[in-house]
Design a protein around this ligand. Sequence first.
Ligand SMILES: [Zn+2]
Length: 314
Amino acid sequence: MPGWDGYPIRERFVARHAAPVWVDNDVNLLALGEWRSGIAVGHDNVVVVKIGTGIGAGIISNGKIHRGAQGAAGDVGHIQVDEGSVACRCGNVGCLEALAGGSALARGGEAAAVEGRSVRLRVALDQHGRVTAEDVARAASFGDPVAVELLTNAGHRVGRTLASVVNFFNPSLIVIGGGVAQSGDQLLASIRETIYRRSLPLATRDLLVKRSSLGALAGVIGASSMVTEQLFSRDAMARWLRVGGPTLAITPARRSAFRQLPSWGALAEKTARATHLPRSDELRMTTFSRLLTADTADDRRRASARTDAHHCGR
Ligand SMILES: [Zn+2]
């Protein structure tokens, strides 16, 4: 995520609250929320697509979140859909989200307002000094032809990409969520029509394409489901039942393991050298918290060798 790459999110919360912390990305949590408590209850193969500023998807495969080898599964926003020169924030050109995400809709809406092609978008521009994707969706719901065209084109692009996903993955349900998708029917209608038209008949025979039922709450509900799952997983319970609660209490075993290691200041220094990072408090805390929660020799080796924080559960 721009501006957050490599930031020790998990360690910051661990240091502040002395409690176990799990971190996951927004679309995985949206998917988990919809699957546990929303529109996707009862479906075991689901794709939850978030269309906001960017575009991403969370995947439930055979009743489990599918994250992929490096946690990058579902990054449909960066599938190339055009050979043109529209640059994406990922560094490539022609990515789906650069052409059909919220930023693209806002850009198209603002151009229409400046060029005088849409009265409603012109009003939005005059009132707020800019046009947002939500302005475009609102204008489309009032029948503004330029806004309808922008959303229809974006929906076709998203739909064509999702048709490939349907042919590849064969879900029983696709859920469309995110700020842009929530603010009107036009986009959903266009996506749905394209998916059914472009996917193979067998894959769409019982396929449903629905709007998120939890809206803005899906992520929070998904996060609480993830924490519950992690806390009560077999591995986590075996660990925290030994210390009497899901805390980061320093057990005698952990204390002795910690004493066998080089001083943590020296370790932080070694890690800093290996990773070319400054020897900040942040880094020391990262290393320290990893050592506190390390149960095995392997964990300790990893703790001293790595400082990356994008880590889901333990
Ligand atoms: Zn991209």
